[in-house]
Design a protein around this ligand. Structure first.
Ligand code: IVH
Length: 686
């Protein structure tokens, strides 16, 4: 990172003071409050500026400078623990050139006669640094890094993490072993936890590392136990009673002793190979089920490490290459809202387009008004946008220092922009609802859903066609779809619609009348009723008439159906216009088959035994959890990363690097139709 530095000492000192204050404050908020005030990339830039100022004006290097310190002040809620050996930080590289100059410094430091250097490349885990002290093979203390010399004793909290063994699995354990690692929050669990918080109207965590830090710093370890934290170990401090020659050898030993050591590691001999590792993992960063923010390169030979030694804050024998951030800054131009098929109102951000971790982003979800206020994002703000893995891009928060003082707090519009009816937020719920069932946007969304693959699967009736037919006045409600055959001439008169297209559409609609009952139920937009529950109802009650007749008690008696779904189903059928719709559909010949599409319930539990699948991208008719559930119900294993052991990859819209990796490995890739075929038959389509 090239930084411009004032030549004049007084000006440099003033800037150094300013930046040092920002860095100290950021460290305190990052380490102690688990609430960083700025994205990592911004912190890194400030830190690089301090280093550049000090390089140009060495008088600025004092023991008070943040460049000479590690971590942050201690939180007195935890007992202090003095590390046996200080926990240092790492110097950073942001380019191939910076990595190369580090490697040159290493070689120069070792002298001309030194043996060739072998480098161990590892992922840089984005978590919370931890020090585990094992005495005679038993976990004696676990502590955070703190200021590098003294950390906070979090032994009780760490003891709740399954990945950390209480006793080392070796016959003759060393007297003392200090193991360094990183506590992390697995991505999938993080996303689910944040989604649940948002659903409840609570503020979401900014990223998995903050969530891990928050969970680890719970005074009551029982609270930590509820969180699915895990650990990767990546080094050691004091070791007494065992000697290693090479780091790679030590890692094998630690793994053998039961400590969690990641396998995504490479031992290489040249900087070219280091760079190849960096490039491979920059592309594949979303293929591991935890967050990484770089690659750490370390000298393998421990005697060489000793020779190289340390600076005040970091070893000379290691460097962290920082990957481009998964968060970027852009302008939030506008907040718009969408009204979904059930009337749920979702605000979203219209952004000045920005490329985040390789993908161009123009829209990002804002979930609901409570979230917008919790994050305090306003139209016109500069905002941080985050994209991790396959998650929908999200606005993390505003860059408050760049806010226009005139920016106003955003309010949900009082009326729907599509139909002009009031938007209301039911008590206790986080989302606003447009209760107008005739809202044109709601109609468009429900028609597209009715025709979608998870529902009646009508070929030729996609979103744009629906919009056209509604605009032309040919469809005004769901039942009108089944009246379209009366409008054959009007359809034929549509621009560019030939006879074939019209006939195909009408044939598709005709066939849809006999789709299985569970699909019809899904098509009706009953709140909370997704495919899994629709199948349960269809299997247990057998006909539309029986489901329509059933009371809440009868529904709740079905294993797997709870009061919320039962109430939603009863309320839906009790609404006069819905009852009318059902009458109309039946009169129009909609006659669902009583067997169900195969699905999570009652599926052949061994159908996909031995299969390992990865689901990526957005599927139209399944959430990620539903797809996973359907696969697991058939005996398949579903994992988060693509490898040679993966049997096939299910790839929806906007699938990213997992799809690329699957293609590279020559694995079968299933689109949604092929995925359905697999669920139905247990076989890949030919
Ligand atoms: S080795 C002397 N290896 O990143 C410090 N650190 O930004 C040796 N980190 O302090 C650290 N992944 O907390 C090492 N594979 C890895 C790492 C890693 C994450 C953390 C660690 C370190 C920080 C520096």
């Amino acid at each position: 990172m090239a930084v411009s530095v004032p030549k004049d000492f007084a000006a440099a000192r003033q800037r150094h003071d300013e930046v040092a204050r920002l860095v100290r404050d950021a460290r305190y908020r990052y380490y102690v409050l688990s609430d960083p005030p700025m994205p990592d990339a911004e912190f890194d830039a400030l830190f690089q500026e301090l280093l550049a100022l000090e390089e140009a004006h060495p008088r600025l290097v004092t023991s008070h400078s943040p460049t000479q310190q590690v971590g942050a002040p201690l939180d007195t809620a935890f007992a202090p623990f003095r590390h046996l050996q200080p926990m240092l930080s790492l110097d950073n590289a942001f380019s191939r050139e910076e990595l190369e100059s580090w490697a040159q410094r290493v070689e120069r430091g070792l002298g001309e006669d030194a043996d060739a250097v072998a480098y161990v490349c590892e992922l840089k885990f984005d978590g919370v640094a931890i020090n585990l002290v094992y005495r005679d093979g038993v976990l004696a203390t676990a502590a955070t890094r703190g200021d590098g010399t003294t950390g906070e004793d979090v032994t009780a909290q760490i003891a709740t993490i399954d990945a950390v063994p209480y006793r080392l699995g070796v016959a003759d354990p060393p007297a003392v072993l200090e193991v360094r690692g990183e506590v992390y929050y697995p991505l999938e669990a993080f996303e689910a936890m944040n989604a649940a918080r948002i659903e409840r109207g609570e503020e979401a965590f900014m990223n998995p590392r903050n969530a891990a830090s928050g969970a680890l710093r719970q005074k009551d370890p029982e609270v930590t136990r509820q969180r699915p934290l895990s650990v990767w170990c990546h080094g050691f401090g004091v070791v007494e009673g065992i000697a290693f020659e090479r780091y790679a050898q030590a890692l094998d030993w630690l793994r053998g002793a039961g400590l969690p050591i990641a396998t995504e590691t490479g031992v290489v001999d040249t900087v070219d190979e280091v760079w190849a590792f960096v490039e491979r993992w920059t592309d594949a960063r979303h293929e591991v089920p935890y967050e990484i923010d770089g690659v750490v390169v370390k000298v393998d030979d421990l005697a060489q490490r000793e020779q190289l030694g340390f600076t005040a804050r970091a070893p000379r024998w290691a460097i962290a290459y920082k990957m481009p951030p998964v968060e970027q800054e852009t302008t939030l131009e506008r907040i718009d809202i969408n009204v979904g098929r059930t009337g749920k109102v979702t605000p979203y951000a219209v952004l000045e387009p920005v490329v985040v971790a390789g993908t161009r982003i123009t829209y990002a979800t804002l979930h609901n008004e409570i979230q917008i206020h919790a994050k305090d994002v306003r139209e016109g703000d500069r905002v941080m946008v985050r994209r991790a893995g396959d998650v929908i891009p999200e606005v993390v928060g505003p860059v408050l220092s760049k806010r226009n003082p005139a920016a106003e707090v955003w309010r949900m519009p009082p009326v729907c922009p599509f139909c002009g009816q009031p938007l209301v937020r039911p008590e206790g719920e986080a989302h606003h609802i447009d209760e107008n069932v005739d809202c044109p946007n709601r109609l468009l969304e429900s028609l597209a859903h009715l025709a979608g693959r998870g529902a009646l699967d009508i070929e030729g009736l996609g979103g744009q066609t629906v919009e056209l037919l509604v605009d032309e006045g040919l469809i005004g409600n769901l039942a009108d779809v089944f009246r379209l055959h009366h409008h054959r001439d009007e359809l034929l008169a549509l621009d560019k619609w030939g006879q074939k297209r019209v006939d195909n559409l009408l044939a598709g609609i005709e066939a849809a009348k006999q789709q299985p009952l569970d699909r019809l139920l899904v098509a009706l937009n009953i709140r909370h009723l997704g495919p899994t529950y629709a199948k349960l109802l269809a299997r247990n009650l057998g006909s539309l008439a029986a489901i329509r007749r059933a009371g809440a008690d009868e529904l709740e008696a079905i294993d797997g159906i709870g009061p919320t779904i039962a109430a939603a189903v009863v309320a839906w059928f009790a609404t006069p216009r819905n009852a009318e719709l059902i009458d109309e559909l039946v009169a129009l010949g909609v006659d669902p088959r009583t067997e169900t599409t195969s699905g999570a319930t009652g599926a052949d539990a061994a159908m996909l035994e031995g299969w390992t699948l990865v689901v990526t991208g957005t599927l139209e008719d399944f959430t990620r959890d539903e797809a996973k559930e359907a696969l697991e119900a058939r005996g398949a294993k579903v994992t988060g990363s693509v490898s040679k052991r993966t049997t096939a990859v299910v790839a929806g819209e906007n699938a990213g690097s997992k799809l690329t990796k699957a293609e590279e490995l020559g694995l079968p890739v299933l689109d949604e139709a092929a995925f359905r075929h697999l669920l139905d038959t247990g076989e890949l389509p030919t």
